[in-house]
Design a protein around this ligand. Structure first.
Ligand code: GLA
Ligand code: ZN
Length: 681
């Protein structure tokens, strides 16, 4: 449980009272009570008010607001305010300012803008966190810590360059080793002195002003991504350690952003007491895209419940078109987060800003200033429901037997790679396999390749280009022991430095898959090939058919793998497109192209059936079903993403539905965008 002070799904969000006169604070309290809000996150962006001068700290206003919150029964997720440095700091200590990808030294402005290797930033951010922790360690409202905000972006300044060289020295020991790993004999890049190494950006190794993935040297760019992610993690840890000196038992987090590419969240997660994240889909996002991100965030700490730190009560301001959330969507998407493991439902923000770039971003309390708005009513109604749920769902877990592998370093490497196609992106490949599971309501965990896989029956690894040390052996054992492994084109090809594993693709996985790939063809966007599945063993009859194939087609030779599908066109027509290799008690599958969704869905259906993995429950299309389990009792979530109502069959036994309190059985109606949480009988 996050905090014994508040044993329920936390409800609240970012609160910026320092942007408002004090009279408003009292009105805020009244409205928070009406909306059943019990947690406020603050002060997220108040460094310049907390430390108006280098030698002077001002906590008086924060004391006052925290006391007022305490009086009103509202808890605090205390933020450290270090995501935007004060203007005076930038003027006095320019080392806090970043140098961007174009090599330009930034001036003071915006936020999330501090150089992660700035001695000034490191010192003063930790100092502020420490002072806040010391001052508020015993404050009755304190339930969690929110370090900085949405860490992100990279810096290319001289301090970063020096720190990068030290990072390389620690990682590789010698310059010879670096030259080897980066293959620097290519284009005569051999380094003879550490100081010859400079950050890879548009002034050095990068090839495109606008596409930051285009690099001449994958090795250096990949290491720079690792290094920048590590540098920001060091900033977080500087604050974390100071906080822990004073409040060892209060959970500390920083808010993540789902599939945010620049930071390796799997590497960060062990240092967070709880993962939290900010969910900002557009009205056009598919529900499975959102579900995937929730599962990814839950997977970072191997299934531990996470915090939904931010979502908008309605529209955003930073998308091209900022559509309103339609009636009922706020509730539906909030429960979707809970259905995937969230133990909090929180917003950005509680009161809408009057000026600057977020003034048109929705908030619980709008510019109108009162409770008579659609958004407020929806927020308040949800608050009431969450209050009534109490601690029923808190700490419950999701049980999955299918894992999808996800790896940030693989993402970087795959997309830094020049060729075979600029259309090849990691996320859509993973999403394709995730969506296939989602549509069948099969529970999935998202897992890092270094994590324990033995508790799964099925491991899916779309485009797992980079074979980490030890992974091929581990997955071999997994299959031998009876697991099913499915991987695709562009897998197992390179090592951790993007050096090709020689002897034929897919290098590290060749033996396990029982095949080799001689060539990799890239299709033009308007081209397609086919996967033809005709003669297959009895248990795979459901796969039969002809499917379109796009993006990439491998020219494959079987070395023992059973050929189940072949390409339909071009000079490799008749050659393997889908194979299965029996290894020990299990199977290793290879999908040599990017097929239409129907094939992936059928493939997963067949494999799940063979392992006796059933959907969480049967439901009509567009109804998402998940299950959280606590103390042996399951709670099944039905989320109707359709605008229209559907009929759900709950079976014979009467069961309690938590949101309505009714006891249900047999066929029940679930309205458009409706939600049910049904307890086991
Ligand atoms: C992010 C930030 C918030 C706010 C919202 C607006 O998630 O963390 O401070 O800017 O976006 O959507
Ligand atoms: Zn820097």
């Amino acid at each position: 449980m996050l905090s014994s002070k508040l044993p329920k799904i936390w409800y609240g969000g970012d609160y910026n009272p320092d942007q408002w006169p004090k009279e408003i604070w009292h009105e805020d309290m009244r409205l928070f009570r009406l909306a059943h809000i019990d947690v406020a996150t603050l002060p997220v962006f108040s460094w310049s008010l907390l430390q108006p001068e280098e030698e002077r700290y001002e906590f008086g206003w924060l004391d006052e607001i925290l006391d007022l919150l305490a009086k009103n029964g509202i808890y605090v997720c205390l933020a450290t305010s270090t995501a935007a440095h004060p203007a005076w700091m930038a003027r006095r200590y320019p080392d806090v300012l970043r140098v961007d990808f174009h090599g330009r030294k930034r001036k003071y402005g915006v936020r999330h803008n501090s150089c992660p290797n700035s001695p000034t930033y490191r010192h003063y951010s930790a100092e502020l966190a420490g002072r806040l922790a010391e001052r508020y360690k015993d404050h009755p409202t304190l339930v969690a810590w929110h370090v900085s905000n949405e860490y992100g972006g990279y810096c290319y300044c001289d301090n970063c360059a020096r720190a990068f060289r030290r990072w390389l020295q620690r990682r590789y020991g010698s310059l010879d080793e670096v030259n080897e790993r980066w293959n620097t004999r290519f284009w005569g890049h051999t380094f003879y002195d550490w100081d010859e190494i400079v950050p890879p950006n548009i002034l050095s190794e990068h090839l495109s002003e606008w596409d930051h993935t285009r690099t001449a040297f994958q090795g250096i760019s990949l290491d720079y991504s690792r290094f920048q992610s590590d540098s920001l993690l060091e900033c977080y840890l500087g604050e974390y350690r100071r906080i822990k000196e004073h409040t060892p038992d209060v959970p500390v987090t920083t808010n993540f952003m789902g599939t945010y590419k620049p930071l390796d969240y799997f590497k960060w997660a062990p240092y967070l007491d709880v993962v939290s994240w900010d969910n900002y889909p557009s009205n056009r996002s598919e529900p499975w895209q959102v579900a995937f991100r929730h599962d990814l965030m839950r997977g970072l700490k191997e299934g531990m419940p996470f915090m939904l730190m931010e979502q908008t009560p309605s529209q955003q301001n930073w998308q091209p078109q900022n559509a309103l959330k339609r009636p009922g969507v706020l509730r539906l998407w909030s429960y979707q987060a809970v259905a995937h493991g969230a133990d909090t439902v929180m917003y950005f923000q509680l009161r809408q800003s009057r000026g600057a770039c977020e003034k048109f971003h929705a908030a619980v309390i709008s510019h109108a200033g009162h409770e008579n708005t659609r958004t407020f009513r929806e927020v308040a109604e949800l608050g009431r429901e969450l209050k009534e749920l109490g601690d029923t769902l808190i700490d419950s877990r999701i049980e999955a037997r299918i894992a999808i592998l996800f790896d940030w370093e693989n993402w970087w490497a795959l997309e830094y790679s020049s060729g075979p196609s600029i259309d090849l992106k990691y996320i859509p490949q993973v999403e394709a396999y995730y969506a296939a599971c989602w549509k069948q309501n099969l529970a999935v965990d998202i897992v890092h390749p270094d994590m324990d896989l033995s508790r799964y029956d099925v491991v899916l690894a779309p485009a797992l280009y980079m074979a980490r040390d030890g992974f091929p052996e581990k997955i071999q054992q997994f299959v031998e022991a009876g697991g099913t492994f499915v991987t695709t084109f562009m897998s197992g090809i390179v090592d951790e430095n993007d050096l090709v594993i020689l002897g034929g693709y897919p290098g590290a996985l060749r033996k396990l898959l029982g095949l080799w790939v001689e060539e990799i063809d890239a299709l033009f966007p308007d081209d397609e090939n086919q996967v033809i599945i005709d003669e297959v063993p009895e248990e795979l009859q459901g796969l039969k058919g002809t499917y379109s194939a796009r993006l990439i087609c491998d020219v494959v030779h079987s070395e023992g793998a059973e050929v189940l599908g072949v390409f339909g066109r071009d000079f490799y027509a008749g050659m393997p497109a889908l194979t299965r290799n029996r290894v020990g008690k299990g199977y290793a599958w290879y999908v040599a192209t990017s097929p239409e969704p129907a094939l992936i869905e059928r493939l997963i259906a067949q494999i799940a059936a063979q392992h006796g993995i059933a959907p969480v429950a049967e439901a009509p299309a567009g109804v998402e079903v998940t299950r959280r389990v606590k103390g042996g009792r399951g709670y099944t979530f039905y989320l109707n993403h359709n605008e229209t109502g559907v009929e759900i069959d709950l079976g014979e036994a009467p069961r309690r539905e938590l949101l309505s309190g009714r006891t249900l059985s047999g066929r029940v109606h679930l309205e458009g965008r409706g939600v049910m949480i049904v307890a086991d009988a």
